[in-house]
Design a protein around this ligand. Structure first.
Ligand SMILES: C[S@@+](CC[C@H](N)C(=O)[O-])C[C@H]1O[C@@H](n2cnc3c(N)ncnc32)[C@H](O)[C@@H]1O
Length: 292
């Protein structure tokens, strides 16, 4: 089961008005949403969104509370209505429920179809990317979204192997990555397939474009005094969040109506990381709207 990262810290930053109108754009298993509800009074309202229909089903069953509305929406769709919020929370990436579901093909630790789509409307699966994209495109995906230094080497190997073998499963891909990069990764702490799988997931789900749309939506849909709390899990995401927050804030802290509440990102305690190793790379940043 998914363990919510920075559960209390994030919600303590987020909720400043118990009767306010809140948006959780990454509902997932509903951990943060549950914590938000604890802080809201009977007039408070919470919209919980996720792109994944399975997550939406879970959230709809979990929250029968009349203060909650569950919506299936991607970041690029959540701000279609003309509405402002007292707080917007985004806990990026994927949940352990998704990672541990072999049928989704997100983990190299479980054998399953090489799919990776969290949003069923996406047409291109990870297997399709591996089989159809050119060697150069594959290398760019691994380099840009996985920061994989051996991106060219692995792209070349994939193209060589796919000429006589179809990549259908997560283990098909894991095996070739282990064979090609295993010796080069011997002294590293992570598995050689970590960055390749991350890169494919980001590409298949268009995660960086989605994040950009979320960050611009956040700036336009906060009420006065409203806060955005964003938790990221890798440097590509954190860089985008930092950039977007800095664009509306000067070095003194306030310009263009926004204030940075966290000068440096807040990270989990050693105890939280011990109890939930997935939390180790989390970084939380908070932005507040000062004028309407
Ligand atoms: C880390 S989990 C959130 C966990 C949640 N905060 C909790 O406490 O249970 C991230 C969730 O965001 C969703 N997600 C990721 N990218 C999304 C996007 N572009 N649009 C909507 N949902 C997205 C994923 O489907 C996943 O369920």
């Amino acid at each position: 089961m998914h363990i919510t990262v920075l559960r209390k810290v994030a919600v303590d930053f987020l909720v400043t008005n118990p009767s306010g109108y809140y948006l959780d754009v990454t509902g997932g298993a509903g951990g943060h949403a549950e914590e938000i509800l604890k802080k809201l009074d009977l007039n408070g309202r919470l919209i919980v969104c996720d792109q994944d229909p399975k997550a939406v089903d879970l959230l709809s069953t979990k929250f029968s509370d009349s203060r909650v509305e569950v919506r299936r929406a991607r970041f690029s769709e959540v701000f279609e209505k003309k509405e402002n919020f007292d707080g917007i929370l985004a806990d990026l990436g994927i949940s352990s429920n998704q990672l541990d579901d072999a049928q989704r093909g997100l983990s190299f630790l479980r054998d399953g179809p090489l799919d990776m789509r969290l949003n069923p409307n996406e047409t291109e699966t990870a297997a399709h990317v591996i089989m159809e994209r050119s060697e150069e495109e594959l290398a760019n995906i691994f380099f840009h979204f996985g920061e994989e230094r051996y991106s060219r080497k692995i792209a070349k190997a994939i193209v060589r192997v796919r000429a006589h073998q179809e990549f259908k499963t997560t283990f098909d891909l894991k095996e070739i990555v282990e064979k090609e990069l295993g010796p080069l990764y011997r002294r590293q702490k992570i598995h050689p397939a970590t960055r390749i799988f991350q890169a494919l997931r980001i590409f298949v789900n268009d995660e960086m474009e989605e994040l950009k749309k979320l960050l611009s939506g956040i700036k336009n849909h906060l009420s006065k005094g409203g806060r955005a709390v964003v938790i990221s899990f890798h440097s590509l995401e954190d860089r985008e969040v930092k950039k977007a927050f800095n664009e509306v804030v000067s070095s003194e802290g306030i310009t263009q109506g926004f204030k940075r509440i966290t000068k440096k990102p807040v990270v989990p305690t050693d105890l939280e990381i011990k109890e939930n190793p997935r939390a180790r790379s989390a970084k939380l940043r908070v932005l507040e709207r000062r004028i309407t």
